[in-house]
Design a protein around this ligand. Structure first.
Ligand SMILES: Cc1ncc(C[n+]2csc(CCOP(=O)(O)OP(=O)(O)O)c2C)c(N)n1
Ligand SMILES: CC(=O)[C@@H](O)[C@H](O)COP(=O)(O)O
Ligand SMILES: [Mg+2]
Length: 628
């Protein structure tokens, strides 16, 4: 019997028996595996939280009770149970269901997510508002052990614990971030997992807790004193309790009955901040994902029978792969090069470096702010740290880039991967702000390669500049050009004049240079001959080249895969204005003042007019006078 089809809302779970819910869990897993095999997505995180999500929706009454998912990549079951089952096949597709909780998508999505470590702060905010409004509902933050390593999570715990507000933090501990989890907190959680003596004590503590009919804070304190005796030696949940939380756990996060029982007890008995520690298996229910939770953390299309990715047979390397190889080649020559990631060794291409140079590799957990200042500290002592970080996640470290790196003029190189429109992960993950926010920072260099060979040379050059520097490059395949093995210096602030035309110039940066070259070829077929400049630098601009060009042409198109406001095109306009050049028309192609929803990368590049066709149209409109 298909129980899933009978679930119209979470309320329907209230009447389901445990065996029926277990059958439902199986059906949900089948739907998630099938959908992700076709659409891609975060399979392993979602398979690990099926029972937890069912238990939460069984015990609590959403949307009145608020579930705040951390990162939100593990919330597919939540979406399926809350009215989106029939649309689930549109997951991560253009105009489809988003891959993360989204307040605009459903009233059941209490808070948007995508970036880690935000759930406790948001949940505490809701709890405070609830109390100020004299309302009464439950607020539950669900945060993974990886996300718990993020600074904002600890800031949230610190504030929530002392607030004494009624809220629940569920720590979903599967020992994994994307890669195996790292850090002292992770070790600490492992202690709880392995401490056999603790297991025995835990059973006693549970028996004591459950034997007291109604547990308010005062009575609970009595029970805690019992635990106190074990705290340091046996019941190490003390870290959370020392922050003011009542720690309960660890509980088997894949055991429906256990979860429902302990959540019921918490709902009835606790009136302050509670942390429930659940242990789950990432990828549970699909053997390939259980065996390789890192590979199946976020995966593209795959063959269910074999677990093998279904990939295009392109031999063109990704920018990430080219960065990865260039870095290990450079590290072989320069012992001062170190590499830092914030919990994304694979995604940023640092895996190979970590294997070849383990003493110079650092995974600091989901802690971008720390990563940047940690790099700055290394740089004061003669190291050349390379911080590999997705553009969108670098936003977390904005102040550290200014205050700790640029202000002190330290030679930290930020390699911003996934810069630009990333595709199916949508607006929380598009890396579209980096050019705008980096170029405002004094002492900072910001550059973007036109192809993979230039990326390799830029990485070499960035280290040679021996000053703060950012290189940004997009998600996915590069251009398929030949890579020059030997390193050569890209002169700081020097652009590249790719072709000389008549009275029109296309000035493009990074991924858009290839589109500019294509546009020029299309325009040549119509006897329109444009100059094309590969800007290379967002900061410092090649002022001589751009001004010399601007003094010769009547029309300039700037093209950037980034937000227009304050971006590369703005920099060109400022340069022209500062040099009293007003008799040239400028059109800026880039991302307008809005968040770009999900789709394939090509779909949303086209939607943003970031392609050769739009460049051609801009030129033709100018020539026909229709852009006035
Ligand atoms: C600020 C930030 N940095 C990095 C990421 C990339 N990221 C997404 S999920 C994840 C690991 C999360 O681990 P955990 O919270 O334990 O959840 P699990 O996948 O194990 O369920 C990371 C690093 C992110 N979403 N946000
Ligand atoms: C949920 C999250 O933030 C990461 O898993 C992210 O989706 C990875 O993106 P890539 O697939 O581009 O590596
Ligand atoms: Mg985890």
């Amino acid at each position: 019997m298909n129980i899933l089809e009978q679930i119209k809302s979470p309320a329907d779970l209230k009447y389901l028996s445990i065996p029926k819910m277990q059958a439902l869990a199986t059906q949900i897993r089948e739907l998630i595996i099938k959908t992700v095999s076709q659409n891609g997505g975060h399979l392993a995180p979602c398979l690990g939280t099926v029972e937890l999500t069912l238990a939460l929706h069984k015990v609590f009454s959403c949307p009145r009770d608020k579930i705040v998912w951390d990162v939100g990549h593990q919330a597919y079951t939540h979406k399926i149970l809350t009215g989106r089952r029939d649309k689930f096949s549109t997951l991560r597709k253009k105009n489809g269901i988003t891959g993360f909780p989204n307040r605009f998508e459903s009233i059941y999505d209490a808070f948007g997510a995508g970036h880690a470590s935000t759930s406790i702060s948001a949940a505490l905010g809701m709890a405070v508002a609830r109390d100020l409004n004299h309302e009464n509902y439950n607020v539950i933050a669900v945060i993974g052990d990886g996300a718990m390593t993020g600074g904002e999570a600890l800031e949230g715990l610190n504030n929530a614990g002392i607030s004494k507000r009624k809220m629940i933090v569920i720590l979903n501990d599967n020992e994994m971030s994307i890669a195996p989890n790292v850090g002292a907190l992770s070790e600490y959680l492992s202690l709880i997992r392995v401490n056999e003596k603790y297991r025995r004590a835990k059973k006693d503590v549970h028996r004591i807790l459950s034997s007291i009919p109604r547990i308010g804070n005062s009575v609970l304190k009595t029970a805690n004193y019992v635990k106190d005796g074990f705290r340091n030696a046996i019941v190490p949940g003390g870290f959370f309790e020392s922050l003011g939380f009542t720690y309960i756990g660890p509980t088997d996060g894949n055991n429906l009955e256990d979860l429902i029982n302990v959540l019921e007890k918490i709902k009835i008995n606790m009136d302050g901040p509670v942390l429930l520690h659940v242990q789950t298996k990432k990828g549970k229910g699909y053997i390939p994902a259980e065996r390789h939770p890192d590979k199946f953390h976020g995966i593209g299309k795959f063959d269910i029978a074999t677990g093998k990715p279904i990939v295009s047979d392109s031999i063109i390397p990704t920018y990430t792969a080219v960065f990865s190889q260039a870095l290990v080649d450079l590290a072989a020559q320069d012992k001062n090069i170190t590499a830092i990631t914030a919990a994304m060794p694979s995604g940023t291409g640092l895996q190979k470096f970590s294997e070849l140079y383990p003493s110079r590799f650092f995974d600091v957990g989901i802690a971008e702010e720390h990563a940047v200042t940690f790099a700055a500290g290394q740089a004061t002592q003669g190291k050349h740290p390379i911080v590999a970080i997705y553009s969108t996640f670098s936003q977390r470290a904005y102040d550290q880039i200014i205050h700790d790196v640029a202000l002190q003029n330290l030679p930290v190189v930020l390699c911003l991967d996934r810069a630009g429109l990333v595709g199916e992960d949508g607006p929380t993950h598009h890396g579209v702000f980096d050019m705008a926010y980096i170029r405002q920072i004094p002492n900072m260099v910001c550059m973007a390669p036109k192809d993979e060979n230039e990326l390799r040379q830029m990485l070499y050059s960035a280290i040679k500049y021996n000053s703060p520097c950012t290189i940004r490059y997009p998600r996915g395949s590069a251009c398929g050009v030949e890579i020059q093995e030997e390193f050569s210096l890209v002169e700081k602030g020097k652009g590249e004049l790719l072709s000389i035309g008549d009275d029109i110039a296309i000035i493009a940066v990074g991924s858009m240079v290839q589109e500019a070259i294509k546009a020029r070829e299309e325009l040549l077929n119509e006897k329109i001959n444009c100059s094309v400049i590969n800007a290379r630098f967002i900061k410092p601009l090649d002022a001589n080249l751009i001004l010399a060009t601007a003094r010769k042409v009547k029309f300039i198109v700037t093209v950037e895969e980034g937000i227009l406001a304050g971006g590369f095109g703005s920099a060109v306009l400022e340069l022209l204005s500062d040099n009293n050049i007003y008799d040239v028309s400028v059109i800026r192609l880039g991302i307008k003042d809005k968040f770009i929803e999900q789709g394939t990368r090509q779909e949303i590049l086209d939607e943003c007019n970031l392609n050769s066709k739009s460049i051609v149209n801009a030129v033709k409109n100018f020539i026909n006078g229709s852009d006035k």
